[in-house]
Design a protein around this ligand. Structure first.
Ligand code: F6P
Length: 319
């Protein structure tokens, strides 16, 4: 192992820069050369890459987004795109590749591994929807961003004694909604993993008013359905005044939390260590505070378990 490549792919996640910094510095520390591919798999297909030095990752540990840029590259799904990527890899002279991204990026990484390229994945997505790791890089920052938004909405919700629905990201999962809902003290949390009846949500709203609650905050994971539609239905059913806030990409930006920087630093270094010890075709994870590794095929075949105990606790605490 003499030279490794690194790229960030899919939706950006706060902490990707810290992971990149760890990969580059740990690799150079061990005498390896590093090449950075720009815009994810797009850079592999179109030959956009450059050597990375210690200074290439200076002053980025605290920055959100990814300095390598990112993209979704549908061309990589086509055989022609993958062929071009393999040509770029060969021309760049790398012996292995580290892919920082979500499950779509890991499918790409697994395809490269299948084509004979030694590959390691680092989970970087705010959705925290990847199995075989308790946390993915960016989730903690997104949850803090949402919690901060809940605090702000709560002020105006109390003042006007209204019902507020806040729609959050998470793709087809409700991990962000659940964690931020617990941290922000939401009255109801609607997630794709748990079927719900609007009548029950209405009952909870009425019960809240009876016991003197000044407002209600309902978190809606984007994978459920539009918070605007749910808000209209709730207003019709309860005659309570509702407002809807869609947080959108605000959730994905901003300086990464210390937790995400730590996680990213540990995962980036572990990815380099795995390659140095001859392991590849795996993704790095963290379980019970310990860094671990799981083969792509095993991780990609599973859905991440939804923490029902936490969901039940949230329901109890919001009575
Ligand atoms: O996967 C991360 C994520 O932010 C999801 O939560 C969201 O559904 C999606 O990306 C948004 O993608 P885009 O940035 O392409 O609009």
């Amino acid at each position: 192992m003499r030279k490794i490549g690194v790229l960030t792919s899919g939706g950006d996640a706060p902490g990707m820069n810290a992971a990149l910094r760890a990969v580059v510095r740990k690799a150079i520390y061990h005498g390896l050369e590093v090449v950075g591919f720009r815009r994810g798999f797009h850079g592999l297909i179109y030959g956009e890459y450059a050597p990375m030095e210690l200074g290439s990752v200076a002053d980025i540990i605290h920055r959100g987004g990814t300095t390598l840029r990112t993209a979704r590259a549908p061309e990589f799904l086509e055989p022609v795109g993958r062929e071009k990527a393999l040509e770029t890899i060969s021309a760049s002279g790398i012996d292995a590749l580290i892919v920082i991204g979500g499950d779509g990026s890991f499918k790409g990484a697994a395809a490269l591994e299948g084509a004979g390229i030694q590959t390691i994945g680092i989970p970087g997505t705010i959705d925290n929807d990847i199995a075989c790791t308790e946390y993915s890089i960016g989730f903690d920052t997104a949850v803090n961003n949402v919690t901060d938004a809940i605090n702000k909405v709560r002020d105006t919700a109390t003042s006007h004694e209204r019902v507020y629905l806040i729609e959050v990201m998470g793709r087809t999962t409700g991990h962000i909604a659940l964690a931020a809902g617990v941290a922000g003290g939401a009255e109801s949390i609607l997630v794709p993993e748990v079927p719900f009846e609007l009548d029950h949500v209405c009952e909870r709203l009425h019960r809240g008013v009876r016991r003197g609650k000044l407002h209600s905050i309902i978190l809606v994971a984007e994978g459920v359905r539009s918070a605007i539609d749910i808000g209209k239905q709730l207003e019709d059913l309860t005659k309570m005044e509702t407002r809807v806030t869609i947080l959108g990409h605000l959730q994905r930006g901003g300086t990464p939390t210390a937790f995400d920087r730590m996680l990213a630093s540990r995962m980036g270094a572990a990815a380099v260590d795995l390659l140095r010890s001859g392991c590849h075709g795996q993704m790095v994870g963290i379980e019970a505070g310990q860094i671990c590794a799981t083969p792509f095929a095993e991780a990609l075949a599973q859905d991440k378990p939804f923490p029902m105990d936490l969901y039940e606790l949230a329901t109890i605490l919001a009575i």
